[in-house]
Design a protein around this ligand. Structure first.
Ligand code: ADP
Length: 175
C-alpha cells in the first residue's frame, strides 16, 4: 500500500496551494528557465532579492525562502544534478535533493509540499528513473516522519504523470 499522504497532480506548480513548493533551481539560485523561471515570475522580484543573499547552493542540496506572491508560504530551492550519462553520482545527488527538501519543509513546520520533477527538463535526467528515485526517497522519508501530511508530485506533462504513477505503483517492489 503506497503512503496515502503521497499524490500525483498534473499542472502548474506555481498555482498549487500548499505550504511549500520545491523549485528545480540551478546552483546560482539566481533564476533560470523552465519551472525556475515560472516560479520567479509568479513570486515576483522579492524572491530573487532573497535568493541573491543566499550565495548559491551546491548540487544535491536545497535552500528555503519565502514564497512572496505565490499561494505557497515557502519555496525550497533544490539543485538537481545535470545528467552526464549516469556514472557521475547523478542518482545519489537527485535522491539527496528530495531528502534535503523534505528536511527543510519539516524544519519550517510545513505540512504540505509539492515537488516538480527535478532535473528532468533542461538537466536531462531520464524521466522514468527520476520518478522512481523521487517516489522511493519520499516514501522512505515519510516512513519516519509524522508531521508532513501531504506530498504532491506536480507533473507538467502526461509522460511525467505516467512515470510517477508507475513508480508509485511499484514502490517497494524490486524492478
Ligand atoms: P531542470 O533544470 O532541473 O531539469 P526544468 O525546469 O527544466 O528543470 O524541468 C524540471 C521539470 O519541471 C520538467 O519535467 C518540466 O517539464 C517541469 N516544469 C516546467 N514548468 C513547470 C511548472 N510551471 N510546474 C511544474 N513543473 C514544471
Amino acid at each position: 500500500m503506497p503512503d496515502p499522504r503521497i499524490s500525483i497532480f498534473e499542472g502548474d506548480i506555481t498555482r498549487i496551494k500548499v505550504d511549500a513548493i520545491v523549485n528545480a533551481a540551478n546552483s546560482s539560485l539566481l533564476g533560470g528557465g523552465g519551472v525556475d523561471g515560472a516560479i520567479h515570475r509568479a513570486a515576483g522580484p522579492q524572491l530573487l532579492e532573497e535568493c541573491r543573499g543566499l550565495g548559491g547552493c551546491p548540487t544535491g542540496e536545497a535552500r528555503i525562502t519565502h514564497g512572496y506572491r505565490l499561494p505557497a508560504k515557502w519555496v525550497i530551492h533544490a539543485v538537481g544534478p545535470v545528467w552526464r550519462g549516469g556514472s557521475h553520482g547523478e542518482e545519489a545527488l537527485l535522491a539527496s535533493c528530495y531528502r534535503r527538501s523534505l528536511e527543510l519543509a519539516d524544519q519550517a513546520h510545513a505540512q504540505s509540499v509539492a515537488f516538480p520533477s527535478i532535473s528532468t527538463g533542461i538537466f536531462g535526467f531520464p524521466k522514468e528513473r527520476a520518478a522512481v528515485i523521487a517516489l522511493e526517497t519520499c516514501a522512505a522519508f515519510l516512513a519516519n516522519n509524522h508531521s508532513l501530511e501531504k506530498v504532491v508530485f506536480c507533473c507538467f506533462d502526461p509522460d511525467s504523470v505516467e512515470a510517477h504513477r508507475r513508480a508509485l505503483d511499484h514502490l517497494g517492489n524490486p524492478p
